[in-house]
Design a protein around this ligand. Structure first.
Ligand SMILES: *Cc1c(COP(=O)(O)O)cnc(C)c1O
Length: 470
């Protein structure tokens, strides 16, 4: 089927791909006299019913709502009425606008910052396995059904099994909506109306104004602060634990480090005290490593914390674990079950998409987060040099970061290309959108978190930005 031909007034013109023939044909068939006679070009603007008959509209109906499509048509007609768009170009403009419009307002971004877990970019990018699981779970799935018996089953058994297989130190696992929800559920179920004993050195603000002490107090638990900002001793905990203690909480102060004259109490030291007094020891890990990563020796992990004597750990699913937004609770059976049965658990439960993606992340191979963390500096340099040669820029050493509050201050040695600072906005607003790092008056493009498969797209985007600077 060829492009549709519209008749408006006396002028025939081609829609869509016929933008060049339009003018030729118009000039050919009507000549100057027609233009003179067309006193009001607005009469040549295609009507809505004509535009709705375009093949581009039929194609777009699979992706976009009728309301969105009509808004696109109205916008093009309005541009023509205001004179910004020639009436003959309206059909083309509609075709182009519909082709690029997606039902999703979120735009995919190439992360060229070198920051692996970038909160403003949605933290962890999902693995291929997780994306497939998420798509498979998008329809009806047996999330709470035993297909063998046809009866109701517990929710999230697959994710639970994957977590327990990956972290045998835990007896039981529970997945909730995010890390903050995991902490709220734990403090509510264990300490509402009672005290949470926590070191002053661990009362952190995580980001976007999220303050841990406020969150804990919002559950109706009272904070019982022990020690000082830089030093807390075992006897501080011993003095504070009493009949009113709901739990002892240790928080990984993920995004900062206290240096110098400091003292903290390890889980290994604290666990026997908590056990002797009969209070649960909860550890908020933050980052979500299930086992130690040699690259990040100071980053806590669930297996080590539980082995050292923690009763319960809480963590995020979308930081170093590399999965979807989720809160992961791992620990002793009795405690996790108590949390799972609390009425609040229903309000913070994970959705089927997150459960599917988390299970695939934990059961699957290397995640994009781990791949970016462990990217070979020599390979990063080769890729940066190829990009630099293509666009005429310089390559400089550049350290990446874990981000998302993980491993503060730990550099990930790599490379970046350096562009003038003004390139940053052009990159952000380009297609595909690229987020570079702006530092010291320069725009730095770091390839650590850009999948190699996207190198060509990145080169094209950087080239376009460089051209835009000229
Ligand atoms: C990130 C973090 C949280 C909050 O987790 P979310 O998944 O963002 O809700 C809580 N505690 C610590 C220590 C963290 O690092």
């Amino acid at each position: 089927m060829g492009p549709p031909v519209f008749k408006t007034g006396e002028i025939e013109y081609l829609g869509l791909a016929g933008s060049i023939p339009v003018r030729l044909r118009q000039a050919h068939s009507t000549g100057v006299r027609t233009t003179m006679r067309q006193a009001d070009p607005r009469s040549r603007i295609p009507r809505t019913d004509q535009l709705l008959a375009l093949p581009a509209v039929a194609e777009a109906r699979a992706r976009l709502s009728e309301r969105t499509i009509r808004a696109v048509l109205a916008e093009a007609q309005a541009s023509a009425r205001s004179g910004a768009l020639p009436p003959e170009a309206v059909a083309d403009a509609v075709g182009a606008a519909l082709a690029t419009r997606s039902a999703m307002g979120l735009r995919p971004v190439l992360n060229a910052t070198g920051v692996v877990v970038h909160t403003n970019l949605g933290r962890a990018p999902l693995s291929t396995a997780a994306v497939q699981a998420l798509l498979a779970a998008a329809g009806y799935v047996d999330v709470e059904l035993d297909l063998h018996s046809g009866t109701r089953s517990k929710r999230g058994l697959g994710a639970r099994a994957a977590l327990l297989a990956a972290c045998p130190a835990a007896d039981e696992a529970l997945v909730v909506n995010n890390g903050a929800a995991a902490l709220v559920l734990a403090t509510t179920a264990l300490a509402a109306g009672r005290e949470v004993v926590v070191s002053r050195g661990e009362l952190i603000e995580i980001g976007a104004g999220f303050r841990l002490p406020d969150l804990i107090e919002s559950t109706g638990a009272r904070l019982r602060e022990v020690g000082t900002t830089n030093r807390t001793h075992l006897r501080d905990y011993a003095d504070a634990i009493g009949p009113d203690t709901g739990c002892v909480l240790k928080v990984h102060p993920s995004n900062f480090r206290v240096e110098g004259f400091t003292a903290g109490v390890s889980i290994t030291e604290l666990a026997p005290l908590a056990a002797e007094r009969g209070v649960p020891l909860v550890v908020d890990l933050g980052s979500g490593l299930l086992e130690p990563d040699p690259l990040l020796p100071d980053e806590p992990d669930a297996a080590s914390a539980l082995t050292a004597g923690a009763d319960l750990t809480t963590a995020s699913g979308d930081k170093l674990l590399g999965g979807p937004q989720a809160g992961v609770l791992l620990g002793r059976g009795g405690i996790v079950t108590r949390l799972a049965r609390h009425p609040l658990a229903r309000a913070v439960r994970a959705d089927k998409l997150a459960l599917a993606a988390l299970e695939a992340t934990v059961a699957g191979g290397t995640t994009p987060v781990i791949a970016a963390l462990h990217a070979e500096p020599t390979r990063l340099r080769e890729r940066a040099e190829r990009l630099a040669a293509a666009v005429g820029a310089a390559v400089i050493p550049h350290d990446g970061r874990v981000g998302g509050g993980g491993a503060p201050g730990v550099p990930l040695p790599g490379w970046a290309i350096r562009l003038p600072e003004a390139a940053a906005q052009l990159l952000r607003e380009g297609t595909p959108a690229v987020l570079p790092r702006v530092h010291d008056g320069a725009c730095l493009v770091d390839l650590r978190c850009v999948p190699e498969a996207d190198d060509e797209n990145l080169t094209a985007a950087v080239q376009a930005a460089v051209n835009g600077l000229a």
